[in-house]
Design a protein around this ligand. Structure first.
Ligand code: ATP
Ligand code: MG
Length: 217
């Protein structure tokens, strides 16, 4: 059995906010993914490497065992479904919320009350479908892959379901948050087979992550 461990991370906030957790486990990533074009990054531990993948691809790499563990947002995990993944720890990083937003003049409460069929653009179709179904609101969901804020401004949709942290992108586009669906943070995900077969290598890292992330709650 290989002693090598592969950790899947996405560039940007997840990479940046995972670094202190790795540090707590005594691991330093020795190359910067923003500067390097390498997709496989070495660490200070010869047995541990980091692969850089798209945020929404992290669960897939871990599910199939191409990575032993990874860090993914709750949003990504809910959309993926989480098959084949063990999710032991909420890392309390990359915090934001999933919300409904509409153009500033749009009377959302009234549209919902009148039972109008809402057009909602989102990347998070599963979460959005479940949210509106639980409220008994009829929606037509329009799947987008980015820049959801644009959709209601050009008549593609009445509303969007998107991640919000400071709200500055909404404000810049004259949109307002009208409903909070859920709080989002990133989780550690572990391949189920790796958890058994590489337990000895993984356990101390998981413990260090857990201890360090509990101080961020
Ligand atoms: P890409 O930018 O490649 O299209 P992405 O938007 O899913 O993919 P990131 O922007 O790096 O990737 O977001 C990664 C994760 O960080 C998201 O899945 C979510 O959990 C969290 N996140 C997204 N937006 C915010 C935000 N504004 N504030 C805090 N966390 C966020
Ligand atoms: Mg993004």
């Amino acid at each position: 059995m290989s002693r090598q461990l592969t950790l899947a991370l996405s560039k940007g906030r997840i990479f940046e906010e995972t670094l202190p957790l790795l540090q707590a486990a005594g691991i330093t990533v020795t190359e910067d993914p923003e500067r390097s074009r390498k997709l496989i990054l070495p660490t200070s531990d010869a047995d541990i490497r980091v692969i850089i993948v798209r945020a929404s691809d992290v669960p897939t790499y871990v599910q199939y065992g191409a990575a032993d563990f990874g860090v993914a947002g709750k949003d990504v995990l809910l959309e993926h479904g989480g098959e084949g993944l063990y999710q032991p720890i909420d890392l309390n990083i990359a915090k934001c919320r999933l919300s409904v937003a509409v153009p500033a003049g749009f009377n959302y409460a009234n549209a919902v009350r009148q039972g109008a069929r809402l057009r909602v653009a989102t990347k998070y179709v599963n979460c959005a479908r479940e949210h509106f179904a639980s409220k008994g609101v009829h929606v037509d969901l329009i799947k987008l892959y980015g820049s959801m804020e644009l959709a209601p401004l050009v008549g593609l949709s009445d509303a969007i379901v998107d991640l919000i942290s400071t709200g500055s992108t909404l404000r810049a586009n004259n949109l307002v948050e009208v409903e909070h669906i859920m709080d989002i943070s990133s989780r550690l995900v572990v391949n189920q087979a790796a958890l058994k077969l590489k337990r000895e290598r993984l356990q101390p890292i998981l413990q260090a992550f857990e201890a360090a992330s509990s101080t961020m709650a």
